[in-house]
Design a protein. Sequence first.
Length: 427
Amino acid sequence: MTTVAVVGTQWGDEGKGRVTDYLARNARWVVRCQGGPNAGHTVQIEDAVYRLYQIPSGALSAGVRPVIGNGVVLDPARLIDEMDALTAKGVDLSNLLISDRAHVILPHHHLLDAAEEDLRGADRIGTTRRGIGPAYVDKHARMGVRVADLMDAQELRRALERNFAVRRAYLSSFDPPLTVDVDEVNARYLEYAARLAPYVTDTLAVMDRAVSAGDNILLEGAQATLLDVDFGTYPYVTSSNPTAAGLLMGSGIGPTHLDQVVGVVKAYSSRVGDGPFPTELADEVGAGIRERGHEYGTATGRPRRVGWLDGVILRHAARVNGLTALAVNSLDVLGGLDEVRVATAYRHRGKLLDSFPASLKLLAECEPVYERFAGWPADLGTARRLADLPESARGFLRCVEDVARTPCALISLGRERTQMVEVHRLF
Ligand code: IMP
Ligand code: MG
């Protein structure tokens, strides 16, 4: 009986979906705990590619029960589309559970996400414009609409009125004013409610029973440590806590029940959206990694910025998540390069800095200090044990473990389910 949290250690897109899918084979429950349709997880099984946005990646494993937890902001229209697309590919979602405490993304959250980004101009955050930030604002301002409200026509109307009593003034202050037809929203969301009702439940009670029964539970992080509203590159972050404590909060599982925290780290870095990126490669080495790694956003299709692995960031992630193991992804993508680098510290005005600064101004003045490794061959696809890997790749992995002060449990060498080296078992 084990509860394992899987978190991203960089800016997202580390391949958490792949690691969750791998670990889910031994899990009974997989829980999405925060975020919403801003996330995009890609999982390849044989020749089929599955894209998951709000449903946990572990849903693809037979016998696993996927849960959308209380910490999520749910877009019902997009969830229904996602369910239909997965069902059409033969995925059985009859076991899906949705927390009645999750919050609901409303049409004006989309409008505000886009309008506020436009007002920021060159200072924009680069959000996915899926309404995530404004939905969390309404939640914390105590005027959100919860799934429980959605399940009751009278409560839905009341919750919408309560929201618009306050929101209307702000919406109308835009030029041109942002308009929402409350009656139309009410009617449309009642239709969504009818579709989702069979899945909605008190997931806290379900999780409590699962913990008591000793079931293996996987908490699946969306986004990542540097997008965490507390620990990330604020304000270039998302509006939730994708770190380990946030996953507990968003699943309703108490902190004393967490056994392992796995940090997923890509062998290089990538970032969608704006904000500082000390190890960014704005050259043809970066362009090559982007192509080999298919570094285009799952949720938005945007090309991702790429760079070397940043050990200062990884160490920061190890600290704030309390990592117990690493899952290193995409080692194969770096194959074929003459040289591979890992930043092990920053230099700031002649002084070495080994912890990640809060000030973005200071961060922008930092220069990465690199450790260099000889490249390895492009094809690592048949390696199944650590010993099968070239010495240069093993040296790279030792460096990653050293900067994170955390051992590797999993190393991924390709997109296929079988292309994985399991150094030690988590479940
Ligand atoms: P938001 O979550 O849409 O508000 O976007 C805030 C920031 O988080 C932007 O830089 C997004 O690109 C980034 N972001 C949000 N979700 C993901 C994700 O799943 N992967 C990578 N970046 C993300
Ligand atoms: Mg993604």
